[in-house]
Every structure is written in C-alpha cells, then in structure tokens.
Design a protein around this ligand. Structure first.
Ligand code: FNR
Length: 371
C-alpha cells in the first residue's frame, strides 16, 4: 500500500515530515487555581511529539470570559505563559512543531468559570440548554447575555494579546478555534446569531467577527503561521445554520485570500451519511477547491480512511483526536500497522495522571510482553 500519510508536506511556514496531526484536545489537566500548564501537561505533549510532526495544542482561553472548562489552560497571565513555555520547549526538543489553539467559548460557560462570577457572553441572548465543563463534572451552562457592539472590539483585542503571548513563549503558530459552537462559530451560524448590527444578518456580517479576529492576529503572526478550524457540519453545542454551504464557502474563500497556513475542517461524524441532523455536509473535500491551500481533516478517522482521503488528494493532512489520546506513539503505530490502545472516555476531561500520561507506547507493550 502506498503510504501517502507518511510523505513530507509543507504547511505555510512549517516543513512537516508526515501528515498525522495531533488534534486539539481539551484535557482539563492544567494546574488550579490559575489554569496554568504544569509538569503533567509538559509530559503529555512531550509523549506525543516526534520529529517533523504537527501538534495542535488544546483549546486555550484568551481571557477568563472565554473559559468554558474548569482546569482548561489559559494564555492570559504571565504564569500561564510561563507554563506554556515549558511545554513548547519540550516539544521542540523532540523536533516537532506546535501551534496553540486560541479559544473563547462565548455561551458555553458558567458564572463559576468567569472572572467575578460574570454572565457568559454570546452574539445573542439565547439559552440553548448547553453544558459546560464545571469543577468535578459537566453541568448546565449559564444562559448568556448578548454582547454590545462595542464589547466585540475588546474581545478582538483579547485575541491579539493572546496571540502575542503565544509568540513570546515560542509557539510556532496559532490556530483560531472557529468550530464546535464556541464564540466565533456562534457568530458564524444563524441559529446562534440573531444580531441586527454589522455582526449579524448576512453571511458577510456573521463572518465579520472571524475576519476581524484573524486580521488582528495577523498583526502579530505572519499568515503562514496561522490556521483556522471550522466545523461546518457539526451540531455539537446546538449549532445549526440555514445555509451552511453559502456560509462556509464564503469563509473558506476569505481564508484563502488571507493566505493562512491551513484550513482545518471537522468532518461529519457519521461516515458515508449524506445528511447529519439536517446539516448538509460541507466536508473538507468540498472546501479544498475553494481554499486551495493545505487542508487538515479531522473526525472519526482510522489508518485506512485517513490514508484514502490523503492519497485521493481530497485533503493534505489528517488530525487524530481520541486515538492520539490513547496512543502517544500514534504516528509510528499507523505507519507500522501496530494495533491501537483503546481509549477510556471517563478520563478524557477529568482526573489526574490516569488516562492522561499512562497509555503505553507500542515499545512499552513489547517490553511488558517479554518480561
Ligand atoms: C475534543 N475536540 C476538540 N476540538 C477542538 O477544536 N479543540 C479542543 O480543545 C477539543 N477538545 C476535545 C477534547 C476531547 C476529549 C475530545 C474527544 C475531542 C475535538 C477533536 O479535536 C476532534 O475533532 C474529535 O475528537 C474528532 O476526531 P477523532 O477523535 O474522531 O479523531
């Protein structure tokens, strides 16, 4: 079998040895209080770093207002930045490239996660019955208030400050999280955006926030070190758009014009299905002809279908989430056809070292078998 997944690829400013990417994964293991990346996070990323690989570090809030997970890291304070610096150092020592995913959750939050118990914000004051990752366990999100037009500029500024910190600590780039029903996605899709100002209504207006944020972080990073993640067919966090094809085609064209490093697309979760929860799929293959540059696909891939989508030229790279959680040496296993460790959902978000740092590599399994 030809193995296109393990051929080199250039993505913006990055020269990568292969196309198996660590998907951004919230693990809620930062040190509390303070949401600071500590030694456990350093070890976790170091375990998954290999020469020439691209790692996308987990969703990281640009401000406390944008925090939706107890134990999620931030990139707002000096302590958080110092923690990230150690992560980056460890990953670079292994020869990998690492970008930081910048996150503002908007309405997927709770007063207990906000500075001074504030009410979460969103384009519109819609209670979508969501859940936030509270201390100890998920719980109902606090219904949001609508952002005033002037406040939106302040959030754009928060992204700039976060981008600057990410650069100062040595990341190779950043990824904007515009998927999964968080703030940028809440602006994009019309089920969560009922605004009547210049940020609501038409596709152009709903995409304005994304492009304002992107244009702001481009003052800090060159475009070839910025990626954007979208989830056009995703109903997670109660998302829906009345015309996703028009919306995401417009978004992909705007991203192409700005010459960003890559477009990261979450594919529909169910394989081979034409329609998911009334969302026509706007999968990576459809967006690639519009975006033209490197596209990363994610969502439910295994070795075989990842190889297929890359060798058919529909996308350029594939990001793995759950398999990478359970298999720190995933690239090697995929390349050599080594069976994968199963993942344990119960330790995805909550807990300590168990389910975080203790998944064995294939080498460790061999040693155990001999002993
Ligand atoms: C995720 N996902 C996710 N996506 C994202 O953009 N930022 C994030 O921080 C997270 N966090 C996260 C945590 C956990 C525990 C899971 C399981 C998922 C989504 C993830 O990046 C990926 O798109 C999905 O997991 C689908 O890919 P797999 O798991 O089928 O390879």
């Amino acid at each position: 079998m030809s193995n296109q997944l393990f051929t080199p690829v250039r993505v913006g400013a990055f020269n990568l040895a292969h196309r198996v990417v660590l998907a951004p994964l919230t693990r809620m293991r930062s040190e509390m209080p303070g949401n600071v990346p500590g030694p456990a996070m350093v070890e976790y990323y170091e375990q998954r770093a290999t020469p020439g690989a691209l790692l996308i570090a987990e969703a990281t809030f640009v401000s406390r207002q944008g925090n939706g997970g107890y134990g999620s890291p931030g990139i707002e304070t000096d302590e958080q930045a110092a923690g990230w610096r150690e992560v980056v150092k460890a990953v670079h020592a292994k020869g990998a490239t690492i970008v930081l995913q910048l996150w503002h959750v908007g309405r997927v939050s709770h007063t207990s996660l906000q500075a001074d118990g504030g009410v979460p914000v969103s384009p519109s004051a819609i209670d979508a019955g969501l859940f936030a990752l509270l201390e100890g366990k998920p719980g109902p999100a606090t219904p949001p208030r609508a952002l005033k037009t002037g406040e939106i500029t302040e959030i754009v500024e928060q992204y700039r400050a976060a981008a600057q910190r990410a650069r100062a600590v040595g990341f190779d780039g950043i990824e904007l999280h515009a998927a999964n029903g968080y703030l940028i996605d809440q602006f994009l899709q019309d089920s969560s955006n009922k605004r009547t100002d210049r940020y609501g209504g038409s596709v152009e207006n709903r995409a304005r926030f994304l492009f304002e944020v992107l244009d702001e972080v481009r003052q800090v990073w060159s475009a070839d070190r910025i990626g954007v993640r979208i989830g056009p067919s995703n109903s997670f966090n109660a998302m829906h758009d009345s015309d996703p094809e028009a919306l995401f085609s417009y978004v992909a064209a705007g991203l192409r014009d700005r010459k960003i490093a890559y477009l990261h697309v979450i594919e529909p979760r169910v394989k081979g299905s034409a329609v998911i929860n009334d969302h026509p799929p706007i999968a990576a293959a459809n967006l690639k002809p519009i975006f033209v540059g490197p596209v990363i696909a994610a969502g439910g891939f295994n070795a075989k279908d990842a190889e297929a989508i890359v060798s058919e030229g529909k996308v350029d790279l594939v990001a793995f989430g759950r398999h990478f959680i359970a298999n720190p040496d995933l690239p090697r296993r995929l390349r050599e056809g080594v069976p994968l460790n199963p993942y344990d959902r119960d330790t995805f978000y909550y807990g300590g070292v168990t389910g975080y740092l203790d998944y064995p590599t294939s080498g460790e399994l061999e040693t155990a078998a001999v002993a």
